[in-house]
Ligand binder design. Sequence first.
Ligand code: ASP
Length: 438
Amino acid sequence: MAKVVKFGGSSLADAKQIMKAAGIIKQDSDRRYVIVSAPGKRDSKDTKITDMLINCYELAAAKKDYSRVFNKIKKRYEDIVKGLRLRLSLEDEFKQIDKVLQENPYRDFAASRGEYLNSIIIARYLGYTWIDAAETVRFGKNGFLADETNALLEEKLKNIKHVVIAGFYGADAKGRIVTFSRGGSDITGSIVARAIKADIYENWTDVSGVLVADPHIIDNPKVIHTITYRELRELSYMGASVLHEDAIFPVRKAGIPINIRNTNKPDDEGTMIVESTCRIPEYTITGVAGKKGFAAVNIEKDMMNSEVGYCRKILSAFEDNDVNIEHMPSGIDTMTVIVHQEEFEGKEQRVLASIHKYTEFDQIDMESDLALIAVVGRGMKSQRGTASRIFAALSHAGVNIRMIDQGSSELNIIVAVAGEDFEVAIKAIYDIFVETRI
Ligand code: ASP
């Protein structure tokens, strides 16, 4: 059995946290491939090392003095090394980073150094082989190169039993450092899991798994025991954040489950993210998530239903102006296009002009400040009455539903409500499925 374990920034924020992580690794001899983030926040007022490094880069690029921030970063690593009682000097490494910042500062290099240094320390502490991600995670002109990276990692890792690899970055063929987007160590964990054909990818963080609802809205929401990749994608898209969105694809390709675990509560089982499962979700719904800030454009035209190509013409007006469409519920003589309000506001009049150019209509009106809520669950398909429970709960809570959209896969039901009703609506849906379970 081989497990890939990735530890996030808060799990490695100082020597004490690193010791906890090391304890978890050593507790199970299958945990042989370790991916690390840069030290994150030690408490809510702290600053992540990655943010401090980016700050250094910005100052360096503007030819300003960055030594104050740079020294703070050095101090954090010195404290870690001391706290772990290691005989390790990072002096040369810091000299090298300083040199690049002075002579040829570039953002990705600076941002990546948090993972780079942390991985050196942790490899030494564990007694595992250290591998520089720059040699194995490959980027090209158009971004990450999945197949090339897979081949490089397979080759490099085939004879190594215990390894620590820095997350978040790689390099192009010339060795120039490139990072993933923020939070990207999750992706590194996933691509390593794919390359070594891991049995499981454990992602250790500071929460006990994916939650049924946003803890900012619901007090102490339940943890989801098992969720499919597809369900997670729906929830993440609507704002539930526990894993980098792109981290799903490599393991999904290889059918490797992800287990989200809590470094501070290692006995909690966490959440299993799987391709498919016959495990019935506890509450019919798997989770509920949502976002505010949507606008709706309602178009009416008599006999719309019998005019071939009408929708396409309308949609062309949005496409011409580079507006992303979120949802598109339609009736016989009406169609509604839901868009991100912020993105749409600046382009609204141009879209209207384009609609005029392409076709005729009887009426157009727009609504703003809408929130979309996705009620997600693989269990909905086999249960009668899910939609009616959602509507009953919302009506009891005095929330007016402005739009409903259910995909034919019956994996989710999307409702739009007024932005000001958003929190009340999430609470009502959570309560009816999880608290009262009627
Ligand atoms: N350290 C990087 C960040 O803060 C990447 C990561 O932690 O996954 O975004």
